[in-house]
Ligand binder design. Structure first.
Ligand SMILES: Cc1cc2nc3c(=O)[nH]c(=O)nc-3n(C[C@H](O)[C@H](O)[C@H](O)COP(=O)(O)OP(=O)(O)OC[C@H]3O[C@@H](n4cnc5c(N)ncnc54)[C@H](O)[C@@H]3O)c2cc1C
Length: 295
């Protein structure tokens, strides 16, 4: 199908998906101040932000799976997913992999520094539909960031959720993110299995692809829901295995990344399979995606 821009109009105040933008003019960033910086590994840092305006801090809400458009002067703007849970109000966290101009500048941020943000944008994970379900999370590398938002939300609302299992794969032990959270989640009753593609001398854990962990966990494909996030090729192979295990396509959710400029359905940069990732995603159930080979 030919891209039809008329299908994608700019959201008005209040937004199309019930989100609540922090400014009436959705294109104007507001300033957020760094409160904490946590180094996850050589390439990844987690930043906790608060808004300078206490009223904005108080009113700001988002949902797991949504993202912010983040900007710094002379460095451009890029979408970054929330890695914190909205249940821990008053601040929000973004986990950033050093990739290019903006993210390299962000890695130099210290507590007290400010960035520009607009949002929250995008369709979140369907938390109401996931309530009461047993959940299988499969993450690769920094793909754990948006899933960390969901896992933290589930643990903060423990009575609303069933069993939680996390399968986490990284290229090497040095690429693991959220090591402290993994420990904390284990203590909170989450089944966490971790694997690396390539071990080092001191790695005591499993070596192999994250898909190899799937046969090790007891999940009922008919009743569990699966949430998958990571590099496109990893999503493709994990999803293929989940389908072989009997998961219905509608019970598998993933969150996709495409380069985007506006974040609100105007620029068309993130067009995939007749969808705009920014507006119709970034979270999709698998029955909304025809082909996972080119993710
Ligand atoms: C919904 C969503 C959520 C995201 N969440 C996170 C997150 O939580 N954490 C995180 O670290 N990243 C996240 N990203 C990815 C992040 O937005 C990109 O890595 C972004 O490009 C970084 O900006 P930059 O200026 O640092 O790098 P850029 O200058 O944009 O460069 C990054 C890399 O992309 C290449 N590139 C640049 N422009 C294009 C283009 N038009 N087409 C193809 N390749 C290009 C560059 O060569 C370079 O290798 C997310 C992306 C999306 C869409």
């Amino acid at each position: 199908m030919i891209f039809d821009p008329s299908r994608y109009v700019a959201p008005g105040i209040g937004g199309p998906q019930g989100f609540k933008p922090i400014r009436k003019n959705i294109y104007l960033p507001v300033q957020a101040q760094v409160q904490e910086v946590c180094r996850e590994n050589d390439l990844v840092k987690t930043f906790v932000f608060e808004f300078g305006d206490p009223l904005v801090n108080q009113e700001f809400t988002y949902e797991p799976g949504q993202f912010m458009m983040v900007s710094m002067p002379h460095c451009g703007e890029a979408p970054i997913s929330f890695s914190s849970s909205p249940s821990r109000g008053g601040s929000f966290a973004l986990t950033v992999r050093r990739a290019g101009r903006l993210t390299t500048a962000m890695h130099r941020l210290r507590p007290g520094d400010t960035i520009g943000v607009r949002g929250p944008y995008g369709r979140p994970f369907p938390m109401a539909e996931l309530a009461g379900r047993n959940l299988l999370f499969v993450a690769g590398g920094i793909g754990l960031a948006p899933l960390r938002s969901v896992i933290s939300f589930c643990l903060d609302n423990r009575a609303d959720h069933g069993d939680i299992t996390l399968l986490y794969g990284c290229r090497t032990p040095a690429d693991i993110c959220f090591a402290d959270d993994l420990e904390h989640w284990r203590q909170a009753g989450v089944t966490c299995l971790c694997t690396v593609d390539e071990g080092d001398g001191s790695w005591p854990g499993r070596v192999g692809l994250v898909t190899e962990l799937l046969p090790e966990v007891e999940v009922d494909a008919a009743s569990w829901r699966a949430l998958v996030c990571g590099p496109g090729v990893m999503i493709h192979f994990v999803v293929s295995r989940l389908l072989e295990m009997g998961f219905p396509r509608a019970h598998i959710y993933t969150t996709l990344e495409r380069h985007m400029k506006c974040g609100v359905g105007i620029c068309g940069h993130c067009f995939l399979e007749e969808k705009l990732i920014c507006r119709e995603g970034p979270v999709f159930s698998l029955n909304e995606l025809d082909d996972t080979r080119n993710l």
